[in-house]
Design a protein around this ligand. Structure first.
Ligand code: NIG
Ligand code: FE
Length: 416
């Protein structure tokens, strides 16, 4: 989308800057009433007080939108999802309701393996249309950039199929969400490699990652660093190889047990470490020092009945915290931005302002895009959301309800 647009009479609400906001800075938003934002060919070219020109035809090449005092925020950035998959795991959800744990289901051959089976049996068209449907829902909740992971193929063919589906969606002009692809071949050990995790890591490093890189199919490499999945040592080996190939790094870290994934993220200079339910104090400090974005996924903790990550303490320790949905068919079949806001503020004790920064500028930083998106500033992409009223505090307060009345992508405005 590459449109010319002027939004006037807005209450502008945005973090500022071209990199992640850390610690106390996360709560500092620019709030400006009677604001105008001008977007020229998709890029923001003016942010400031209303100028009055909208009356005299100066802007005749621009669409005009009177925000009538409603809040205008940067588009939301969902920096951690697994939105390309086939099949469903409703039965497994029932087992969890009966008290069985996520890991126990995984250990007896369900969980991720079940989605791998369905995804291997799927095809390009089915995966694409399911993914497109999810992207439309995301857009209506104000998401303008999403990260998506492979990880339901666990062989070269299907891992690459997932990434090709994302590439095809990313190129589609009709789709209003930018997509950042991540290679997550190390999501689980496939049946064929059961008991041979090291050999599977070798296979990924030698036979899959170089091709993914060569074809430019993924920008990030991620790993499920977890007890009985990939150890810290195996994760280190995989991610070091990935770094040498030019991938930027992410980790699923300390989700189920405290293993030290967050510390590994700091050691390797990963862009983000995600989940962090059980990250230690020492590793939180290490992430703050290394500038690793701590990406928290409250919907998953909620769905797994696990304790929430210590968001408040991470911010107080000087971390840059991002929030994301973790949308996936197993641990968390939800991409709800409204509920993410509510859980982050109610249970992780983020202020509303911090949660906004976490879902915009810091989400962008978790995708190495804080220079291009994540705030409403001159030079950034014209990606914004217009809320239903003049009070941004409704984002967590109106629990689980969508407060977005229009999503603006590259200056093109889509009303809900
Ligand atoms: O982020 N923990 C690993 N990966 C996902 C779950 C994927 C799945 O269960 O299908 C997560 O929670
Ligand atoms: Fe995940």
């Amino acid at each position: 989308m590459n449109e010319n647009l002027v939004v006037f009479n807005a209450r502008l609400v945005t973090p500022t800057g071209f990199e992640a906001r850390r610690g106390r800075e996360m709560g500092e938003l620019l709030v400006m009433d009677n604001a105008t934002v001008e977007v020229t060919r998709g890029v923001i070219t003016y942010v400031g007080p209303n100028r009055g020109e909208e009356r005299d035809g100066f802007y005749h090449r621009y669409w005009h939108y009177n925000a009538r005092g409603r809040c205008l925020l940067p588009g939301f950035v969902d920096s951690h999802t697994h939105f390309i998959f086939d099949g469903e795991r409703a039965e497994e959800f029932g087992w969890r309701l009966d008290g069985e744990s996520y890991m126990s289901i995984m250990q007896r051959g369900g969980g991720i393996a079940s989605t791998v089976k369905a995804t291997r049996n799927s095809n390009f068209i089915l995966l694409r249309s399911h993914g497109e449907d999810l992207l439309k829902r995301m857009s209506r909740m104000g998401i303008t950039t999403v990260e998506g992971k492979s990880g339901y193929g666990l062989n070269r063919e299907t891992e690459m199929l997932q990434l090709r589906v994302m590439r095809s969606l990313a190129k589609d002009e009709r789709i209003r969400v930018d997509i950042v692809p991540t290679f997550l071949g190390a999501h689980a050990v496939p049946e064929e490699y059961r008991g041979r995790t090291d050999q599977y890591v070798d296979f990924l490093i030698r036979e899959v990652m170089p091709v993914v890189r060569e074809q430019g199919l993924a920008e990030f490499c991620d790993v499920f660093c977890e007890k009985d999945v990939f150890s810290v040592e195996q994760s280190r080996r995989l991610l070091s190889a990935a770094r040498d190939m030019g991938f930027a790094l992410k980790l699923h870290a300390d989700e189920i047990v405290p293993l030290g994934g967050a510390g590994l993220a700091a050691e390797l200079g990963a862009v983000s470490a995600d989940h962090l339910l059980h990250a230690s104090d020492k590793d939180i400090r290490a992430m703050a020092d290394a500038g690793v974005v701590a990406t928290l996924l409250p919907l998953t903790a909620f769905a797994l009945r696990e304790p929430y990550a210590r968001g408040r303490e991470m911010i107080d320790a000087g971390c840059a915290v991002a929030l994301a949905t973790d949308l996936n068919p197993g641990s968390c079949l939800s991409g709800s931005i409204p509920l993410t806001f509510a859980l982050a503020c109610i249970y992780m004790h983020l202020s509303v302002e911090e949660a906004i920064t976490a879902l915009t500028l810091n989400g962008a930083a978790a995708l190495r895009r804080a220079d291009r998106i994540g705030s409403i500033e001159v030079g950034k992409q014209g990606d914004m959301v217009l809320l239903m009223n003049d009070n941004y505090r409704f984002l967590p307060y109106y629990i689980g309800m969508n407060c977005v009345c229009a999503t603006i992508k590259g200056g093109a405005i889509y009303s809900n």
